[in-house]
Design a protein around this ligand. Structure first.
Ligand code: HEM
Length: 435
């Protein structure tokens, strides 16, 4: 894919707000602004990848070969509307609705923009309705707290649809189409909708069942008038995320192959963890120094040697923290600070992390947040990474606390967690435990 072109700021801001609000009037207002004029998707779907999570081939790459994530994201939390176990008719309906979206939108355009990419995942709660258990090689536990200092609410819907596009209007139209609130999307009649089969989920603690967000240059800066970001509007115009740095370098991401389940009935699938966290960046931007931000996000050596310019684009296709990973204990003892990426790099296999990050910022609830969405072969890969990020092994060394000076833990507050199985495309519609 060619590098992407930039777009007008006021339109982006407006579109982000419309996606967060949702509904028919937000869609028409958004369409008026974006006017995407997208071509349709393919009539013949046989060339689509078997893996739902195979998005990279549809993404543009930047000058360093890093995949550029879609700018707008929507998570739809759904419950199965029927009683007992899904019928074959239900499966046909869901599959036909999903295929309608694939016919309606291209995965990417000739300009390198993302038309529509999506995945459908199923929570452990969904599989409980079957007598039979999931195969042992599918590691899909119920969500639980992953740090001694957090108390997240578990998300236990039946399913989650993750929709992503460079156009907010595409997400809103796809949402309406799937849920039966519109009969056509992108000028194409839908052959089926989720109506009667899936409904918006009722989540514990009144958790939001539609979650929205964005990632990419300009978007965080344009949307920093929210709780959790100081009034001085410190987020730079060129930052893709609220915390001010590039993330998701090509070489510090797991490959799609690494995160794919490689045998059994769900071969070609993956698991997805989605946590919703609130950000509190008052201290990050108002009191902490640039040195501290570099040291805690990357590693102290990067800060000592001034390796990071601006958002870190100069780093190329890797954060370069591989060499710091072995020095976590020493940095805790001698420098009183350890880095987020540095700690996580202790979980690499064959020189790369074992999770594929597809996270994005959010203004849901008018609160600066981040939906941390990660794909991995087994949920235990995520848990191992999060344990490394906790840095409990070095807390209380010198000036490193459980959260203070311990990576970025002090600035994030995990509110909700959920785990999902993303079956391969062929069994994405209401699978049984044997697919
Ligand atoms: C506000 C939340 C977060 C922000 C802003 C953030 C940002 C970053 C940045 C800037 C990097 C270095 C650049 C890169 O390698 O892509 C990084 C690396 C990484 N982060 Fe995060 N991160 C966040 C949360 C998390 C969480 C919750 C996890 C999972 C437990 C995680 C896992 C990783 C991993 C695996 C790496 C790469 C480590 C390696 O190089 O081996 N991050 N993150």
């Amino acid at each position: 894919m060619p590098p992407r072109r930039s777009r007008g700021v006021s339109r982006r801001d407006f579109v982000k707000a419309a996606v967060a609000i949702g509904g028919a009037s937000a869609l028409s207002a958004c369409l008026g602004r974006e006017d995407p004029d997208l071509p349709g998707g393919p009539d013949d779907l046989s060339a689509l990848p078997d893996r739902q999570h195979a998005w990279n081939d549809a993404l543009a790459t930047d000058d360093h070969g890093n995949h550029v994530p879609p700018r707008h994201h929507l998570l739809l939390y759904l419950d199965y509307a029927g009683d007992g176990t899904p019928t074959d008719d239900d499966r046909d309906t869901v599959e036909t609705a999903l295929r309608s979206l694939e016919h309606a939108y291209p995965r990417s355009t000739d300009d390198g923009d993302v038309g529509l990419l999506f995945t459908v995942g199923y929570a452990p709660a969904y599989f409980e309705r079957f007598d039979e258990a999931l195969p042992e090689r599918v590691d899909l536990p119920a969500p639980e707290p992953l740090a001694p200092f957090e108390d997240p609410t578990p998300d236990e819907p039946d399913a989650v649809v993750h929709l992503a596009s460079d156009y907010g209007s595409v997400l809103l139209a796809a949402e309406e189409g799937l849920l039966g609130e519109a009969t056509e999307v992108n000028g194409r009649e839908l052959d089926a909708t989720f109506e009667g089969v899936f409904e918006r989920a009722a989540l514990a603690g009144d958790g939001p069942n539609r979650r929205t967000g964005f990632i990419g240059e300009g978007l965080p800066a344009e949307n920093q008038d929210v709780t959790g970001i100081p009034d001085s509007e410190p987020v730079s115009e060129d930052s893709p995320l609220y915390m001010g740095f590039e993330s998701g370098f090509e070489k510090t991401q797991a490959t799609e192959d690494r995160v794919t389940i490689d045998g059994g009935p769900f071969a070609g699938g993956t698991t997805q963890h989605v946590s919703t966290m609130h950000l509190n960046l008052d201290q990050w931007y108002e009191q902490d120094t640039r040195y501290h931000r570099e040291a805690t996000m990357f590693c102290p050596a990067h800060a000592d040697e001034d390796r990071i310019e601006g958002t870190g684009e100069n780093l190329g296709d890797t954060s370069g923290v591989g060499a710091c990973a072995a020095g976590v204990e020493e940095d805790a003892r001698e420098k009183g600070v350890v880095g987020h990426a540095q700690k996580n790099a202790r979980v690499r296999e064959d020189g790369r992390p074992v999770i594929l990050r597809r996270d994005f910022d959010s203004t849901d609830g008018n609160q600066a947040g981040l939906h941390f969405l990660a794909l991995q072969q087994a949920v235990s890969d995520f848990v191992a990474t999060r344990e490394a990020m906790n840095g409990s092994d070095v807390a209380d060394e010198a000036a490193v606390g459980q959260r203070a000076n311990n990576g970025i833990l002090q600035y994030i507050n995990v509110r909700r967690r959920g785990n999902y199985l993303l079956p391969p495309r062929e069994s994405r519609a209401l699978p049984t435990p044997s697919a």
